[in-house]
Design a protein around this ligand. Sequence first.
Ligand SMILES: Cc1cc2nc3c(=O)[nH]c(=O)nc-3n(C[C@H](O)[C@H](O)[C@H](O)COP(=O)(O)O)c2cc1C
Length: 154
Amino acid sequence: MACSILVVYHSQGGNTRKMAEAVAAGAGEVEGVRVVLKEAFQATLADLVDCDGLVLGSPEYFGYMAGAVKDFFDRTYESARVERKVFKKPYAVFVSAGNDGRGALAAIERICIGYPLKKVCEAVIARGELTEQNLAQCRELGQTVAAGCDAGIY
Ligand SMILES: Cc1cc2nc3c(=O)[nH]c(=O)nc-3n(C[C@H](O)[C@H](O)[C@H](O)COP(=O)(O)O)c2cc1C
């Protein structure tokens, strides 16, 4: 069966959205992979349960993830954990930040341990103005998660 990659993100200014689109494009380059790209406020527990791999994107706001991404975790955590519906699913993260990003990343990774999800790639952190290199890293991130899921190596 074709594998499915869920990309969940929030973006106020557009940077994280561009990164999410690059991640989705990279994942979509892997033959047979289905990509679902969702804004965090629209993403549901069903999206999480249905996917084979997850890529989460957030801007760093006030040294933390965006509230919308936290809201996604808040809405899905208990059911996902108790029902073990996402047990050790592969995930990766991308963060857009003005000059740091570590606070958002650490907070996301900490919560993902609780689900538990399985981190399969180092995060991409873009600092300052988005560059073509940042977007290429995002495409590669999407490709890597999708190819790994498709090959069943995680
Ligand atoms: C309310 C707010 C708080 C922010 N706090 C941080 C921060 O703590 N650390 C940081 O590096 N950048 C911070 N930034 C900069 C954003 O992370 C950066 O502009 C990012 O690219 C925004 O992503 P977006 O365009 O997807 O919304 C902040 C921006 C806003 C609007």
